[in-house]
Write a protein that binds this ligand. Structure first.
Ligand code: FMN
Length: 237
């Protein structure tokens, strides 16, 4: 089984420790190959808003050299994990920049069909508050990529470092992570059989209708046409 992890921070801190514990638990269930990216090192640019990915092709993105391998690894993986500490009640800038570079794979543009059978996981830690905001933003993006099922896990540590937490609190978090990892793994195993969400079905249907009305040489329309999604009732899920 393959899992792609995108770390929203380069720090080997609380979020990394929680993610590592989660990974260890997953590996107890079966053999897993992890492909990991660390932001901002692996994508050290903001989206410049040039629209090249949307209007022409993702290969025209000025940062294709960086975002290309991340998208490719996500395509090849069975599961996706996104991690981010809370920075000013939101995800890190690196994570937001990565999500911005993925605008063209939204259901409203050129969704990647492999996403329709993937399971996602979002892990976030905070000193006190804000994991809900991080999880909401990242999950919303995954939903708009067509990811089939999205899990999440947010921890308020009330401490700066993992080791500063009381032992009982550490054990409680580990217990939660163990349970979440087992559920995530269970869904990974049966991902092909999981039902497609109503959200994906509705947005896909709406976009199919819109695409049909676009000019023949419009990039998104040519993509949907090439996938056969504009013909009859052909669906990728
Ligand atoms: C720039 C910055 C902004 C932060 N903003 C918040 C915040 O808004 N609310 C909060 O409770 N903790 C905040 N924190 C604390 C971190 O979310 C918390 O310590 C987290 O567990 C750090 O994860 P890490 O060790 O993986 O970097 C902030 C930390 C930094 C560095």
């Amino acid at each position: 089984m393959k899992i792609c992890i995108v770390h929203g921070s380069p720090r080997k801190g609380n979020t990394y420790k929680a993610t590592n514990f989660f990974k260890e638990q997953l590996q107890k269930n079966g053999s897993i190959a992890f492909r990991e990216f660390f932001l901002p090192k692996d994508l050290p640019h903001f989206c410049v808003g040039c629209y090249a990915c949307i209007m022409k092709s993702e290969e025209y993105c000025p940062h294709h050299l960086y975002i290309g391998p991340i998208i490719q690894a996500m395509k090849e993986a069975d599961g996706l994990i996104f991690t981010s500490p809370v920075y000013v009640l939101a995800e890190t800038g690196g994570m937001k920049a990565m999500l911005d570079h993925c605008a063209y794979i939204f259901l409203s543009h050129r969704p990647i069909e492999e996403m329709f059978s993937k399971v996602g996981m979002v892990i976030s830690t905070t000193a006190g508050a804000g994991t809900g905001h991080v999880i909401k933003t990242i999950s919303r993006n995954l939903r708009f990529w067509g990811v089939k099922k999205i899990h999440s896990c947010g921890f308020a540590m009330y401490a700066k470092e993992w080791e500063e937490m009381r032992t009982t609190k550490q054990e409680k978090l580990e217990k939660i992570l163990r349970k979440k990892a087992d559920r995530f793994y269970h869904d990974l195993q049966r991902r092909e059989k999981l039902p497609t969400s109503l959200f994906t079905k509705v947005i896909f249907g709406m976009m199919r209708g819109m695409c049909k009305g676009y000019p023949e040489d419009q990039t998104d329309k040519m993509y949907w046409e090439s996938k056969g999604w504009l013909q009859g009732k052909c669906k990728p899920f």
